[in-house]
Design a protein around this ligand. Sequence first.
Ligand SMILES: O=C[C@H](O)COP(=O)(O)O
Length: 287
Amino acid sequence: MMQNLTNEEWHSLIKSIESKLIEPKDAPLASMSAAEAAAFIDHTLLKPDAEPEQIDKLCDEAKKYNFKTVCVRLNYVARAVKKLSGTSVGIACVIDFPEGTADWEAKEKELAAAIEAGTTEADAVLNRSYLHRARTTSSSGLLEKLPDYVSTFSDLSKLRYVASRPTTLKLILETSQLSTDEIIAASVLAHYAGFDFIKTSTGFCERGATVEDVRLMKSVAIAAAKETADEPMQIKASGGIRSFNDMQKMAAAGATRIGASAGVTIVEEASGVRDGETHDAGQNGGY
Ligand SMILES: O=C[C@H](O)COP(=O)(O)O
């Protein structure tokens, strides 16, 4: 049914869900064991010049600490699958990373190849150019410009079709490049397209996750799920999360997954073997 909505109908639905948003209250900062922290983390290495040995190290660390997944680019999925065979660590492959603007054929090819190579999760970047590109409508008798919800939803539905369950599918919004209205729209469209997670950031743009983004995305996920009587999407916070304290704040705001290149630091702080005083700049030079 949703496939047939016009741009104006999407606009009304998104605005109706927006009117029902309830700002969630942060939970208290939870104490977590190192094992509990590791189970929250996609241990991530996405810099384009990552060497095979660095991916091997990432996988060895993932085995040692039992991270939820390692998050890598397509060219390293098969290597990570081999290194992690026989463990419970999953593989998350980023798709159309970090821009999100590839045409559908390229995106489909990359996603299908990642699944074929054994990825268990796919983190696809939203093509935000559709939300920035206005479509003119005259449904009310007046000419007005709306974001292109129809093309956005079509892209997201096709991604879900290619990455059918049990592949976990996440949508990277890159919140630093979206207005509040666009974050709400993208989150609603992701819910209706059947995504499992919405994720804040690539870690390669002007800033990473903020607790405000996580709260907003959480509230949209809850409101959209009420509308369809489904489970709410989960929230992955990523980009700039360097410490156990950063992670606790994201979890308190509603994140149930963290993407971080500082996973080892985070679990070592959680276990108390590291004091939390000094932190790396991150895989891309950092913000
Ligand atoms: O998806 C995860 C991000 O790429 C992680 O970025 P980070 O180096 O700021 O932790």
